[in-house]
Design a protein around this ligand. Structure first.
Ligand SMILES: [Zn+2]
Length: 230
């Protein structure tokens, strides 16, 4: 009888991560992409670098993306994107965990994202399980319980208790960090479900009496929600 309930939360990008590595010219360790990519062709071989600017002294540094690769090994469209400082490619390279690992620097993701979540206020006690798809616009590692606190508007302790009680079901531990799409479900407390069985039947009988047989064939929508709110 219950219709499915779904919500979609989105981890939206608000900024690019900061590249953390030492600067040879100053004491700063924070670098931002300069917005440029450098391509150097030497015969049939190509070098490609992502250019960064030091936040402390503006010194430009280079992160090798491709070293001495044969021109035929790069898609023409990809090479063109490099040569045009394509913004999407600059973003992609700046956020690349593999590029960071290869070049021995880390990424600081603080302040790079915000959660866009629209969950109706009555959502967590509604008897129909709520399925939430959490989608990531950027590969930022975010602790799962932080998403839950923000998305459901609950305290950390309440979130932990709901996970422990099986009311929130997750594909990964609440203190794990997610960085790609996943689904979770939120279930009503056992007490709410038990209270519901009898009153729903009684209320429906009354509705049938009041509305008459013809309109009662189409059961009033969201009947269960009306009961849970009583
Ligand atoms: Zn510097």
């Amino acid at each position: 009888m219950h219709t499915e309930r779904k919500a979609r939360w989105a981890v939206r990008q608000s900024a690019l991560p900061t590249v953390v590595r030492s600067c040879p010219d100053c004491s700063s360790t924070r670098h931002r992409p300069s917005g440029k990519i450098r391509v150097n062709a030497n015969g049939k071989l190509l070098d490609v670098w992502l250019l960064l600017s030091c936040a402390g002294c503006d010194r430009t540094s280079k992160v090798p993306v491709h070293e001495r690769v044969h021109t035929s090994s790069l898609e023409p469209a990809r090479r063109e994107a490099y040569e045009n400082n394509d913004l999407a490619v600059v973003r992609e390279l700046t956020m690349s965990a593999s590029l960071a690992a290869k070049n021995d620097y880390s990424l600081d993701w603080s302040g790079t994202w915000e959660l866009e979540a629209r969950t109706p206020l009555h959502a967590i006690d509604d008897p129909t399980p709520l399925t939430v798809l959490v989608s990531f616009e950027l590969p930022v590692p975010v602790r799962v319980e932080r998403l839950l606190m923000s998305g459901l508007g609950l305290s950390r302790s309440r979130v932990r208790r709901m996970v422990a009680d099986g009311r929130i079901r997750l594909p990964l531990a609440p203190d794990a960090k997610a960085r790609r799409d996943f689904e979770l479900t939120v279930h009503a407390p056992a007490a709410t479900l038990a209270q519901l069985a009898a009153p729903v039947a009684a209320t429906r009988r009354e509705a049938v009496r009041e509305l008459g047989a013809a309109s009662a064939v189409e059961a009033p929508p969201r009947l269960s929600r009306a009961v849970s709110g009583a």
